[in-house]
Ligand binder design. Structure first.
Ligand SMILES: [Zn+2]
Length: 326
């Protein structure tokens, strides 16, 4: 099964599950409130009559259609009334969709729905664990209390610093359509960089944006596997175009990849193309500024420092602190 077949099967399963759930609710309520079944049956009949009326001559059709639509509205209102009077939500007997936009089909007309785009990314870039991660690590679960409020040599406490970064990150996700910012998270491991990347990813996915989130080594591996032909700009592998075109690309752990000519080329191409396309990125790295300059070519570091807002994370390793607390 290829990716798209697997995804379409996933949609089918979602639709089946939601249909089944509706059937269960109907069974439960029809027994208790038989008038609801009558209404639903009448609604089906009305729907059929409306379809049939297309065949009539125009004048007759309009009168009939008006009448049928009025009946529909009345029945719907009566149904809602019965449900609310019995403490059920108004839409209790309506089918639920995981994605209302495409009604869990993946398509809006002939266009791919954003939910299909993100599912494709999940399969192609093996992001199966992202949804688990963002369920745990998001703005709501972020705990600022882990950061010390004791000022360091620079006069700023880790907590104050994090409060500022946190606010900027929340704003970044909230105003995503209205800015063109790239972020660079710099600092030692265990200070919350990945946590905030996850939090931003979650908010954007909730907004229906496409997000690719990869560690630098995995990203380079992916490109290698697809054998990108970088020498020829025109021969672009269609299968990886999301790396350039998705709404947000998050590159985690820049600097942990094996440094080769190929990896440098991959990183340069991604940075360069996304900057040209005005597509946003977040990079997180354990390297400091000097190390970035030392490890990467001038054309890469100048693109990073020239186009990314830098946020420095400092303080004690939160993960170590957590272990002590637990
Ligand atoms: Zn959709």
């Amino acid at each position: 099964m290829n990716d798209i077949q697997a995804i379409l099967k996933e949609y089918e399963e979602i639709r089946d599950k939601n249909r089944l759930e509706l059937e269960k609710k109907k069974k439960e309520l029809y027994g208790k409130l038989p008038r609801l079944k009558e209404i639903d049956d009448e609604m089906i009949k009305l729907g059929l009559n409306i379809t049939k009326s297309v065949l009539m001559n125009e004048e007759k059709r309009d009168i009939l259609l008006n009448e049928l639509r009025k009946k529909q509205i009345d029945l719907k209102a009566e149904k809602a009334e019965i449900l609310t009077a019995n403490n059920y939500p108004k839409d209790y007997l309506e089918i639920k969709y995981n994605c209302k936009l495409c009604k869990d089909t993946g398509y809006i007309g002939l266009e791919r729905c954003h939910c299909l785009m993100q599912k494709l990314i999940t399969y192609r870039y093996k992001q199966f664990k992202l949804s688990h991660r963002i369920a745990r690590e998001n703005f709501d679960s972020f705990n600022i209390n882990y950061y010390s409020s004791k000022p360091l040599e620079n006069g700023i406490s880790p907590r104050k610093n994090m409060e500022h970064i946190l606010m900027e990150c929340i704003k970044y996700a909230k105003d995503f359509d209205h800015h063109n910012k790239n972020l660079l998270f710099i600092g030692r491991p265990g200070l919350g960089k990945t946590f905030l990347c996850n939090s931003i990813a979650k908010d954007l996915l909730d907004l229906g944006k496409s997000v690719i989130y990869q560690s630098a080594p995995d990203l380079i591996d992916l490109v290698r596997k697809h054998k990108f032909t970088f020498d020829n700009e025109d021969v672009e592998d269609e299968a990886l175009k999301e790396i350039y075109e998705c709404d947000l690309l998050i590159i985690d752990d820049l600097g942990t990849e094996l440094s080769t000519q190929f990896s440098g080329l991959v990183i340069y191409n991604i940075l360069n193309k996304r900057l040209i396309l005005n597509k946003k990125m977040i990079i997180s790295t354990n390297l400091d500024v000097d190390e970035i300059v030392k490890n990467y070519s001038e054309r890469i570091s100048s693109r990073i420092f020239g186009n990314f807002y830098m946020y420095e994370f400092f303080g004690e390793d939160i993960r170590l602190k957590l272990q002590n607390i637990i």
